[in-house]
Design a protein around this ligand. Structure first.
Ligand code: ADP
Ligand code: MG
Length: 685
């Protein structure tokens, strides 16, 4: 029998063209289709009466047509078909737009089932564009039917059919993952049935129960997977690297004084390093809070204790920036710092690798090149991962596996609620830098629409004349016919040849090769470029204190977390900085999002608001935390399920037998799949 890995194009009736469209929704394999949750349901089991009908939800009504329909054409391209109906409670008007052909199908005196939302005003009740079908003596509607999230070129009807066909052909291939005892303990139903209930529930309750069952399974697999990974990681005893006597002097000599929050976090790190159990610490601090220096001091301490240290960053630009900070910090100190990335020449790389394994390099900083198999240390004592949410769990652990239980620090600007962190990372300790260095000017944020363009460019010019620099960020690299969205290339060509023809303008995007990107970033840092027009490649960590303007085009297309990260690229020096959000959407939601960005600079507050506004949003997307992507479960909404899955996982893992027991073989398979290399890929633009 064909497996769940079969490509969607092989589902009967799909084919390559629709498969291409489905891919836009992330649906590539049969399995993706089976797990594609409806975003809503239509419930046509019950017939409602018009007088008590709802304006918020669609309901089913049984009506009789009183008079022949009337068709009017108020202007070209618009026709309105109206028909007067009644049920036993009251009268209403059904209204269709541009569907003239319905006129002959709506017969006075006959009864119909109609489905839609009511609109009520002083003229009475209307239903716009209802679904309808003739009454056949009883309610012939399908009970509860799914409503799916769609993409261009696929209607809900087609999607429903695709999913139905996929279930007919492939549901048999779905196996129960959970062992029998767990199924019994939680009163779970067969997994095939649970999937069916999600698409075609017998009742709202059975839908919720089935969904929760699948979420529980997913979270149990996640928890067991994390426990298993951690097991291999913390079994051993760690290294002991007490705070060295040089450390205080080194901190004294920095060009700035550490904030109290930085001192506190460093204290926590030094205490861990001094003990001989392995440190496992998350350092969480908003953009610009000064996490890098913390890492540098910790690495220095490792080196003073005779160990090597490594720092991994998600992009080459960021890794290079850290490399430069390290060179600067150790300017007068005899410490050997090296850089490693995938883009170095083979010769350079080989040299670095051989020096590293001989212990002639003290500190190495680089991209994910650091976790390749050929990288070996002599005595790795401390492994740091910056912007950890950009790496997968396994990638992070691979770095620390390069030593024998080295101390581990992961750094992130992405806030994560403590309860969630504890569950996801277990005994990972958390340090929070909740204070920005002094003297920072609050970034002024404005939300405008594109009618302000000319004024904005004038403002940018003025800042540049005063010696500052600007970022302009666009959502796309190149022009798209479908989306009315600013592309970086288009804007670059336009601005370079018009308003900014007297300034140095450059373009930066993710499709350039690394050399080009680096040389542009270097030029920007060295002020050879005034205005950098780019995509979100500059989102993470880059530090150019002289840049004072962040102009974001089509700001409505970015998530709040991303906007906050982007804004954090300015306000890093002594100059008053500005973030201008060009919002081209007039929806209430996007206006509210812009308002939030204007009202606070605090990443933690923004994450809370984001949560309020749209439920568990991008801040809590698993991707943001380097956890494999989940299909059904949602880490915030399902926190209770997560807690019980964790409890169950701990009790299962208490007994090593699950690692070999046949009953758990499907669980183990699922873990391997969830933590596979593919889901572990880092997010790069
Ligand atoms: P992030 O936490 O976003 O990684 P960085 O480590 O890049 O922030 O620091 C941002 C900027 O603040 C850098 O230019 C850094 O040198 C500077 N900085 C860090 N700590 C302090 C401090 N205590 N006082 C003044 N400037 C600081
Ligand atoms: Mg940083």
């Amino acid at each position: 029998m064909p497996g769940l890995d079969t490509g969607v194009q092989y589902i009967k009736g799909v084919g390559p063209k629709k498969a291409y469209r489905l891919k836009r929704l992330g649906l590539e394999k049969v399995e993706d289709i089976l797990y594609y949750l409806p975003k809503d349901y239509e419930d046509k089991r019950k017939i409602s009466v018009l007088a008590e009908g709802s304006c918020e939800n669609k309901n089913l009504y049984k009506v009789a047509i009183k008079l022949p329909p009337s068709l009017i054409k108020p202007r070209r391209g618009l026709s309105i078909l109206k028909v007067q109906v009644e049920d036993k409670s009251t009268t209403a008007q059904l209204v269709w737009f541009n569907q003239d052909y319905l006129r002959d199908r709506l017969i006075p005196g006959k009864e119909y089932l109609v489905y839609g939302k009511l609109k009520k005003d002083s003229f009475g009740i209307q239903i716009h564009n209802p679904e309808y079908k003739p009454w056949e003596g009883k309610n012939t509607s399908q009970g509860i039917t799914p409503v799916y999230g769609l993409t261009e070129g696929i209607t809900n009807k087609e999607m429903t059919k695709i999913i139905k066909t996929a279930m007919d052909e492939y549901l048999q291939a779905v196996k129960n993952v959970l062992p029998r005892e767990i199924l019994l303990k939680y009163n779970f139903i067969d997994k095939k049935e649970a999937i069916k209930q999600i698409h075609y529930p017998n009742s709202p309750e059975s839908m919720i129960e089935s969904r929760n069952q699948l979420a529980f399974e997913e979270l149990l697999v996640l928890q067991l997977g994390l426990l298993k990974l951690k097991k291999t990681n913390t079994d051993n005893n760690g290294v002991s690297m007490p705070k060295h006597e040089y450390i205080d002097g080194f901190i004294e000599n920095l060009e700035f004084e550490l904030t109290d929050a930085q001192k506190r976090v460093l204290g926590e790190i030094m205490a861990n390093m001094g003990s001989n159990s392995q440190m496992n610490r998350l350092v969480q601090g908003d953009v610009g809070s000064g996490k890098t220096i913390i890492g540098i001091v910790a690495m220095y301490n490792a080196v003073l204790n005779g160990y090597q240290a490594a720092m991994m960053a998600p992009t080459e630009i960021l890794a290079l920036q850290h490399y430069e900070s390290l060179l600067k910090a150790f300017n007068n100190i005899n410490i050997k710092v090296a850089f490693l990335s995938g883009n170095q020449t083979k010769k350079d790389k080989e040299f670095v690798l051989s020096e590293l394994v001989k212990g002639r390099i003290d500190i190495i900083v680089g991209t994910h090149a650091l976790i390749q198999t050929e990288v070996a240390f002599k005595r790795l004592g401390l492994a740091i991962t910056d912007e950890q949410h950009r790496f997968g769990v396994r990638q992070r652990l691979t770095l620390s596996d390069k030593g024998i239980s080295p101390d581990v620090i992961v750094m992130t600007a992405t806030p994560i609620p403590r309860t969630l962190a504890l569950i996801l990372y277990g005994d990972l300790d958390i340090s929070i830098i909740d204070e920005l260095p002094p003297g920072r000017q609050e970034i002024k944020t404005y939300a405008v629409d594109d009618s302000m363009e000319e004024r904005i460019y004038k403002f940018v010019s003025k800042q540049i004349d005063e010696g500052r620099q600007a970022y302009i960020v666009c959502p796309l690299i190149e022009e798209s016919e479908k989306l009315h969205v600013m592309s970086a290339e288009e804007l670059y060509v336009r601005l370079k040849n018009s308003v900014f023809n007297n300034h140095n303008v450059a373009l930066l995007h993710g499709r350039m090769n690394q050399k080009e990107k680096d040389s542009i970033m270097t030029d920007f840092k060295n002020k050879r470029i005034d205005i950098l027009i780019s995509t979100t490649v500059i989102e993470v960590g880059v530090n150019v204190p002289n840049a004072s303007i962040m102009l974001i085009m089509n700001a409505e297309r970015f998530g709040l977390a991303q906007l906050h990260q982007l804004r954090g690229r300015v306000g890093r020096g002594e100059y008053q900085s500005h973030c201008i959000l060009v919002n081209n959407s007039s929806t209430k939601l996007s206006r509210e999002r812009m308002r939030i960005m204007q009202s606070t600079n605090d990443g933690f507050k923004i994450s809370e608001k984001d949560l309020e506004l749209r439920g568990p949003g991008e801040f809590f997307g698993t991707r943001q935390h380097g956890i494999p992507e989940l299909r059904i479960a949602n880490l915030i909404r399902d926190i209770d399920i997560l807690k019980s899955a964790q409890k169950e996982a701990i009790s299962i893992a208490d007994n090593q037998s699950w690692l070999s027991d046949d009953e758990y073989s499907s669980v183990r398979e699922s873990i391997n799949k969830l933590f596979s290399a593919k889901t572990d890929e880092i997010m790069l633009n």
